[in-house]
Design a protein around this ligand. Structure first.
Ligand code: FES
Length: 110
């Protein structure tokens, strides 16, 4: 794994998200009410809605366009909807958000 620093947790709004530029494009970084962080593709698999503008609740995000809900642990759509978003490994270290750059590179090459 190759962890890269992508910012301070306070740069991501509580129960919100922020876009982070990487070499494969923008990734959405989400922060839950419990100050956990998750990273995923920004584009909804339904019709491309910007997930970084969605609502974070629990460990899920609701797409702002048609309200599909995605589990931020697995990327799976919840309920009757079928689809998935790509989740990228992130972790917190002294309030800095670290993204596994090697996983991002691997998934972009797949
Ligand atoms: S574009 Fe996300 S639910 Fe339709």
């Amino acid at each position: 794994m190759s962890w890269i620093d992508i910012g301070h947790i306070d740069e991501v709004p509580l129960r919100g998200a922020r876009l982070v530029k990487t070499h494969i494009g923008c990734i959405a970084v989400f922060r839950t009410a419990e100050a956990e962080v998750f990273a995923a593709t920004n584009s909804c698999p339904h019709k491309g809605g910007p997930l970084s503008e969605g609502i974070v609740h629990g460990q899920s995000v609701t797409c702002p366009l048609h309200n599909w809900v995605f589990d931020l642990n697995t990327g799976e759509a919840q309920g009757a909807d079928a689809g998935r978003i790509t989740i990228y490994p992130v972790r917190l270290e002294e309030d800095r958000i670290l993204l596994d750059d090697s996983a991002v590179t691997r998934r972009s090459a797949a």
